[in-house]
Design a protein around this ligand. Structure first.
Ligand code: ZN
Length: 107
């Protein structure tokens, strides 16, 4: 917990019985919490699956979805073997490869 977060949380406790100051303390705490939230790590783009023929990441894979009456949503139940590249139009069912592998092979 950062010092700024500790001070903002303490201000909320101290001003608990003073509605005017409490509102300001809660707003400050909310702003500090936003700043204290660690950023999500960026996905490693070199792990992106790409077409082994052209290197495009515009690939799609057939799948099966079933309706779940409990959630009220269609949910993925199976991923099929058929993979298609939308850029070069090839069947890439033998598998996509990570972008790092494609770039290493095409230097
Ligand atoms: Zn392709």
């Amino acid at each position: 917990m950062s010092e700024a977060l500790k001070r903002a949380a303490q201000a909320v406790v101290v001003n608990w019985a003073h509605p005017g100051e409490l509102a300001a303390a809660v707003r400050t705490l909310a702003l500090v919490l936003q700043d204290d939230t660690p950023p999500k790590p960026a996905p490693d783009l070199l792990d992106t699956p790409v077409c082994p023929y052209c290197g495009s990441d515009s690939v799609t894979q057939d799948a099966t979805a079933a309706y779940n009456p409990d959630s009220g949503k269609w949910e993925l139940v199976d991923i099929c073997d058929t993979v298609w590249c939308n850029t070069c139009g090839r069947d890439t069912s033998r598998g996509t490869i990570p972008r790092r592998e494609y770039e290493a092979a095409h230097r």
